[in-house]
Design a binder for this molecule. Structure first.
Ligand code: NAD
Length: 362
């Protein structure tokens, strides 16, 4: 259905969600590689303009504060910037929030993706020649769409049937289906990638690894769902950014690529690794592990996610580079050294009700 086209190395990417955790890592990396970036982000609670401070003065960087659900504004952005590629990361991304308030997940992840697809189709339909041939719509998704694995099940492959469990993963699964349908029905050159759990700098404090680090730094109880036996595959965000730019450049339209870190850990195992690293980096009078507190499990909590990322390795030559322990160590250092980044968020109650607000931010 699709053919590969030759693409120039330096191109303009319309990046959605570029003020969030992963989007800002992509923006920083892409700018350093000479790409032009048009960052479309409506700046929800999860966004932070400090994430893109280092590139905001670059001539190659433009920011458009816009909701992806606003078709008229998105159309004007396409007209104004004439991008070569779309890389779509804007989403509501926190499972706990999707359980508390699913509506915004349906709106942004499903309706927003639909509107972006329609505007991309309109724009692409008017292109011609090489610009039309080389256009790509790259949809960034999650391994959570595949559902739940038992401990000894084989890892998710690109062909694994979808079986999402949470409102978040169901909304992402719906968006993946829309993207594939726009590829198949309208021949929009779409590419999908489904990635495992990310970690690294600039991740919003409510997510698992920042919660462990910040609760430990404040010597407050570190909440672990259930018995902490759930297993996740962890990938450093810089590796994900590298994988996404590889997929955009070399990926074949119509294809899906699983991205993973080959780094499966139980939640409790991960908490202990971080606590032990912190015992060395930020010595306390007792081991940080003593702060671990088991809390009521999340409803519908998937037991295990594991990603088989051999397709992207064989076909596109991408593999993760950041070693797990070194990546966790670097992440702890970042949160210790960048307190001015997270303190205002913690003061605003970035942990929500579920994990209890941090009591002191001094
Ligand atoms: P994030 O919550 O940190 O950032 C999301 C960004 O999207 C924010 O800057 C936010 O302002 C923006 N946004 C939200 N709704 C918007 C809207 N309606 N219009 C415009 N902008 C909007 O998320 P993240 O962790 O960086 O995840 C980015 C993408 O990667 C998501 O699509 C997510 O599903 C996917 N993903 C995340 C992980 C992970 O571990 N974090 C793993 C696999 C896939």
């Amino acid at each position: 259905m699709f053919s590969m086209a030759i693409r120039s190395d330096f191109v303009k990417i319309l990046l959605t969600g570029g003020a969030g955790f992963i989007g800002s890592a992509v923006a920083r990396k892409a700018i350093s590689m000479g790409y032009d970036i048009v960052n479309v982000d409506c700046l929800t609670y999860a966004a932070n303009l400090k994430n893109i401070q280092s590139i905001e003065d670059s001539q190659n960087y433009k920011f458009e504060k816009t909701d992806i659900c606003n078709s008229e504004e998105i159309r004007a952005i396409f007209d104004r910037h004439q991008p070569d590629f779309v890389m779509h990361l804007a989403a509501e991304s926190h499972v706990d929030r999707s359980i508390e308030n699913p509506e915004t997940f349906i709106q942004t992840n499903v309706v927003g993706t639909y509107r972006l697809l329609e505007e991309s189709r309109l724009y692409w339909g008017k292109l011609s020649g090489n610009k039309k041939q080389s256009f790509r719509f790259h949809h960034v998704s999650t391994d959570e769409v595949y559902g739940d694995l038992e401990v000894n099940d084989p890892a998710f492959e690109e062909t694994t049937a979808y079986s999402p469990s949470s409102p978040y993963s169901a909304s992402k699964a719906a968006s993946d289906h829309l993207v594939r349908a726009w590829g198949r029905t309208f021949e929009l050159p779409v590419i999908l990638s489904n990635c495992s759990n990310n970690y690294g700098s600039h991740q919003f404090p409510e997510k698992f690894i920042p919660t462990i680090i910040l609760k430990a730094l404040h010597k407050e109880q570190i909440p672990v769902y259930g018995k902490g036996e759930n297993i996740r595959d962890w990938l450093h965000v810089d590796d994900h950014a590298d994988a996404l730019l590889t997929v955009l450049k070399k990926g074949v339209p119509g294809e899906t690529y699983n991205i993973g870190g080959n780094n499966e850990l139980t939640n409790i195992g991960l908490v202990k690794i971080i606590c032990r690293l912190m015992d060395i980096k930020v010595p306390n009078n007792e081991p940080y592990e003593n702060l671990i507190s088991y809390v009521t499990d999340r409803p519908g909590h998937d037991m295990r996610y594991a990603v088989n990322a051999s397709k992207i390795a064989t076909e596109l030559g991408w593999e993760p580079k950041v070693d797990g322990k070194a990546g966790f160590s670097k992440t702890i250092d970042w949160y210790v050294d960048n307190q001015e980044w997270w303190k205002p968020l913690v003061r605003q109650g970035a942990f929500g009700q579920r994990h209890g607000a941090i009591k002191s931010t001094s």
